[in-house]
Design a protein around this ligand. Structure first.
Ligand code: ADP
Ligand code: MG
Length: 758
C-alpha cells in the first residue's frame, strides 16, 4: 500500500439548519443564502443597509442547505474520510457552531431513524459493512467515549463516573488519555450499545441535555485495526483512529452574565474554544513556530487532527435567522481560517501498541499450549497401544490436527470408562484385603480427578481461544451475494457522483476567479471612448470590491474589539477573584504557614497542574544525614572557648560532643509521714461500745416478742437501741420509744419495722 505523505488541508463544510418553529412563528428574516453549486454561503447583515446589495460571501469545500439529507453529507463528505480510516489513516470529524444549530444533529442525529441518523451511526454501518465484504483480512474494532467538561476529562464508559482522567504523551503515538476504557465491538449493535451507554452517562446530572452538551465537548473514538498478509507472506497491521467530536457551543458564555461557579465554567469553556481558535490561527499564520496546543485539553487531544497525522473534516453549523447573524458570521470566519490548516496524514503501519497483534500472539500461544497437551495425550495413548517404550513417539506427534479434533472426545470417554472398569474390578476382587482395596480405590479416584481437571483446563483453553477469535472479525462471508454486489456498485456510483460534483464545484470556483483576469487580457479597445467606458466599469467593480474588503476589515476589527472587551471583562472578574483570595491569605493565614505552602508547591509539567510536595522529604532527610565531605573534625561547630577549655581541663564538659557532667539535682520533699489522729478517750469509749452493741442487735424476733408480752422491764438486750442504732437514734431518744424504760405501758412501734404485736 502506498503511503501518502503529501500535505492536505483540513476540509471545511458548512451546514445551515432549517428555520425552527419558534423562528417561523416569530417571523424572523432569513439572512443566509446557500449556493450549493458554488460552495458559497452568502450572509446579509440586516443592520447594514449596504449589505442587501453586497452580502458577505464565504467559500468552502462544500456547503449544505436546510434541505440537505444526512446521507448526502455522509456520502459526499464523510464516507471518503471513514474509508481512509479503514485503510489505516487517522481521521477526525468535528462539528463546530453555536448551540442549537445542529452539531449533535449532524454527529448523532435521530437514533433509530435511518433517514435522519448522523455521522456516528452511519460510520458504524459503513465500517462493519466494509469488514463483512473484505477478504483475507482480520479486523479488530474498538470504541471509547469521553467528555471534556470544565477542562476535566471524564470517561463516559467507565463505571466510576467521578474519576477524572489525565493526558499523557508518548513520542511514538503522541497524546493519549491515560486509563481510558475501550470496548472491543463485533457488530453495529454492539457499538451502538457502547454509544448509548456513554450518552446516558453524559446526561446524568444534567437537568437539560442541550444545556450540558453546549458546555462540554464529547469525543467518540473508533479504532479500527486490520491485519493482512502481504505478497511475501508477512503479516502487517494497519491502525486507523476515527475521532468524532461534538464541540461545546461556540457562543460566548460570559455574555449571559454568569457569576461564581458558572463564571468559572464559562471562562473554561471560552478558554478551550479560544485555544482552539489560537491553534488554528497560528497554524495558518505560518510565521509562528510555536503552536499553543498545550493551552487546553481539547487542543492537546486534537493535536494530531490539526496540523498533524490525520485527515480532518470540520463541519460548521449555522442558523439562518437574522437574530443569530453575529454568531453566524463569527462561525463562518472561524471556519474560513481552518480551511488553510495543512495536515500530513500517513498510514499507521505496524505500530507497537496494536491490540490486534497482542490478540494474535495470545491466540497463537494458547493454541500451542493446546497442541502440546493433545500431543502428550497421544503419546501416552500410542505407548499404551503399542506396549512399547515410546519408540513410536514421532508417529504420535505427526498425526494431523483434523484427526486429533475428531477423536478428542473419544479419548476422554475411553479414559473414563477404563478407569471406571478398573475401579469395579477392584471392588469385586475378593482376594484383596480391605485396606489395600481402599488404597487402590483412592488411587483410582485421584486419577479420575486428575483426568477431569486436565479435561477442564483443556476446555477452558479452547473456550478462551474461541472467545478471542470471535473478537477478530473476518469478512468474505457474503461476498458472492448478488444484492451485496449491486449495493457495492451503487455505493461506488454514488461516490463517483459526489466526486464529480466536487470537481465541478472546484472548477466553477476557479473559473469565477479567473474570469476577470482573462477578460482583462482578451480585451481590445476599438476606441478611446470604449476604453474609458470599460475601464470605468471595471473601476466601479473594483471599487465595490474594495468597499467590501474594507467592510470586512471593519467587521473583523469590531469582532476583535468585542472579543477583547469580553476577555478583558473576564480578566477583570478573575483579577477580582484573585484579589479576594490574596486578601484572605494575607489576613487569615500566618505568613510562615503561607511560605511553607509556597515552598512546597511546584508546577507539574506533565499534568499541567500545581501540586504540593509531600511534607516528609525522605530524600532530603537522607542528604541531611550525611555530612558534607568538607566538614572534617568536630561534628558540630564549637566555640573558641569550648575548644580552649577542652585542651586545658580534663572536664567532660568541653569534650567534642559538648557533654556536660552534672550531678542529679534532686528536688525538695513536699510530703509528710502519715500520723494517726488522736481521739479523745470519751469518744473512743463511745465508739467502742457502739461497735460492740452492733453485734448484739441481731436479736431473735420471737424472743423479743415474748419478752414484750410479759411487760417485764427491759432486759439487757432491750436497752441497747438507746445508745446504738445510729439510724434510729432520733426516735430512740424520744419518750415514745418502745424501748424506753419510761413507757412501760402499751408502747408505740414504728410501723415500718413490722414489730407490731399480734
Ligand atoms: P446543537 O447540538 O448544535 O446544540 P442540535 O443538534 O441539538 O444543536 O439541534 C437543535 C435542534 O435543531 C434539534 O431539535 C435538531 O433536531 C434540529 N436540527 C438541527 N439541524 C437540523 C437539520 N439539518 N434538519 C432538521 N433539523 C435540524
Ligand atoms: Mg449538541
Amino acid at each position: 500500500m502506498s503511503k501518502s505523505k503529501s500535505a492536505e488541508t483540513v476540509k471545511v463544510v458548512v451546514r445551515c439548519r432549517p428555520m425552527n418553529e419558534k423562528e417561523r412563528v416569530a417571523k424572523f428574516e432569513r439572512v443566509v443564502a446557500v449556493d450549493v453549486k458554488l460552495g458559497q454561503i452568502l450572509v446579509r447583515n440586516p443592520r447594514e443597509a449596504s449589505s442587501s446589495d453586497h452580502p458577505k460571501v464565504f467559500t468552502f469545500d462544500s456547503v449544505y442547505d436546510w434541505n440537505s439529507k444526512q446521507i448526502d453529507l455522509y456520502d459526499e463528505t464523510f464516507r471518503p474520510l471513514v474509508d481512509s480510516v479503514l485503510l489505516g489513516f487517522n481521521g477526525t470529524i468535528f462539528a463546530y457552531g453555536q448551540t442549537g444549530t445542529g452539531k449533535t444533529y449532524t454527529m448523532e442525529g435521530v437514533r433509530n431513524d435511518i433517514e435522519r441518523r448522523g455521522v456516528i451511526p452511519n460510520s458504524f454501518e459503513h465500517i462493519f459493512t466494509h469488514i463483512s465484504r473484505s477478504q483475507n483480512q482480520q479486523y479488530l474494532v474498538r470504541a471509547s467515549y469521553l467528555e471534556i467538561y470544565q477542562e476535566e476529562i471524564k470517561d463516559l464508559l467507565s463505571k466510576d463516573q467521578t474519576r477524572r482522567l489525565e493526558l499523557r504523551e508518548r513520542p511514538d503515538t503522541g497524546v493519549y488519555v491515560k486509563d481510558l476504557s475501550s470496548f472491543v465491538t463485533k457488530s453495529v449493535r454492539e457499538i451502538e450499545h457502547v454509544m448509548n451507554v456513554g450518552n446516558q452517562n453524559r446526561s446524568v446530572g444534567a437537568t437539560n441535555m442541550n444545556e450540558h452538551s453546549s458546555r462540554s465537548h464529547a469525543i467518540f473514538v473508533i479504532t479500527v485495526e486490520c491485519s493482512e498478509l502481504d505478497a511475501d507472506g508477512e503479516n502487517h497491521i494497519r491502525v486507523g483512529k476515527l475521532n468524532l467530536v461534538d464541540l461545546a457551543g461556540s457562543e460566548r458564555q460570559t455574555k449571559t452574565g454568569a457569576q461564581g461557579e458558572r463564571l468559572k465554567e464559562a471562562t473554561k469553556i471560552n478558554l478551550s474554544l479560544s485555544a482552539l481558535g489560537n491553534v488554528i490561527s497560528s497554524l495558518v499564520d505560518g510565521r509562528s513556530s510555536h503552536i499553543p496546543y498545550r493551552d487546553s485539553k481539547l487542543t492537546r487531544l486534537l493535536q494530531d487532527s490539526l496540523g498533524g497525522n490525520a485527515r480532518t473534516v470540520m463541519v460548521a453549523n449555522i442558523g439562518p435567522a437574522s437574530y443569530n447573524v453575529e454568531e453566524t458570521l463569527t462561525t463562518l470566519r472561524y471556519s474560513n481560517r481552518a480551511k488553510n490548516i495543512k495536515n500530513k496524514p500517513r498510514i499507521n503501519e505496524d505500530p507497537k501498541d496494536a491490540l490486534l497483534r497482542e490478540f494474535q500472539e495470545e491466540i497463537a500461544r494458547l493454541k500451542e499450549q493446546l497442541q502440546k497437551r493433545s500431543g502428550k495425550k497421544k503419546k501416552r495413548r500410542q505407548r499404551r497401544r503399542d506396549g512399547s517404550d515410546g519408540e513410536d513417539l514421532e508417529d504420535g506427534e505427526t498425526e494431523d490436527d483434523g484427526e486429533d479434533g475428531d477423536d478428542k472426545g473419544d479419548y476422554w470417554r475411553e479414559q473414563q470408562e477404563k478407569l471406571e472398569r478398573e475401579r469395579k474390578a477392584i471392588m469385586e476382587d475378593h482376594s484383596l484385603v480391605a485396606e489395600e482395596k481402599v488404597l487402590l480405590l483412592k488411587e483410582k479416584e485421584k486419577k479420575m480427578e486428575d483426568l477431569k481437571k486436565e479435561r477442564e483446563v483443556g476446555e477452558m483453553l479452547t473456550a478462551k481461544v474461541k472467545a478471542m477469535e470471535s473478537k477478530l472479525l473476518v469478512g468474505g462471508k457474503n461476498i458472492v451475494d448478488h444484492t451485496n454486489e449491486q449495493q457495492k456498485m451503487l455505493e461506488l456510483r454514488r461516490q463517483e457522483i459526489a466526486e464529480q460534483k466536487r470537481r465541478e464545484r472546484e472548477m466553477q470556483q476557479q473559473m469565477d476567479c479567473r474570469d476577470e483576469e482573462t477578460l482583462e487580457l482578451k480585451e481590445t479597445y476599438s476606441s478611446l471612448q470604449q476604453e474609458v467606458d470599460i475601464k470605468t466599469k471595471k473601476l466601479k467593480k473594483l471599487f465595490a470590491k474594495l468597499q467590501a474588503v474594507k467592510a470586512e476589515i471593519h467587521d473583523i476589527q469590531e469582532a476583535h474589539i468585542n472579543e477583547r472587551q469580553e476577555l478583558e471583562q473576564t480578566q477583570n472578574e478573575l483579577t477580582r477573584d484573585l484579589k479576594l483570595k490574596h486578601l484572605i491569605i494575607e489576613n487569615f493565614i500566618p505568613s510562615e504557614e503561607k511560605n511553607k505552602i509556597v515552598n512546597r508547591a511546584y508546577f507539574d509539567e506533565e499534568d499541567e497542574y500545581w501540586k504540593m510536595k509531600p511534607i516528609t522529604r525522605i530524600e532530603d532527610d537522607h542528604q541531611m544525614m550525611t555530612r558534607p565531605l568538607s566538614a572534617v573534625g568536630y561534628r558540630r561547630p564549637l566555640s573558641h572557648h569550648a575548644r580552649m577549655a577542652m585542651m586545658m581541663r580534663p572536664d567532660m564538659r568541653y569534650k567534642a560532643e559538648n557533654i556536660m557532667m552534672l550531678d542529679m539535682d534532686l528536688p525538695a520533699r513536699t510530703t509528710k509521714e502519715y500520723q494517726e489522729p488522736v481521739i479523745a478517750p470519751k469518744v473512743a469509749a463511745a465508739l467502742e461500745s457502739a461497735l460492740r452493741d452492733e453485734d448484739e442487735i441481731q436479736v431473735d424476733a420471737s424472743g423479743f416478742h415474748s419478752s414484750l408480752g410479759s411487760t417485764s422491764p427491759a432486759g439487757a438486750s432491750l436497752k441497747k437501741p438507746k445508745s446504738g442504732r445510729p439510724r434510729t437514734g432520733k426516735k430512740s431518744s424520744t419518750p415514745t420509744s418502745p424501748f424506753s424504760p419510761s413507757s412501760p405501758g402499751s408502747p408505740l412501734y414504728p410501723q415500718s419495722r413490722g414489730l407490731v404485736p399480734k
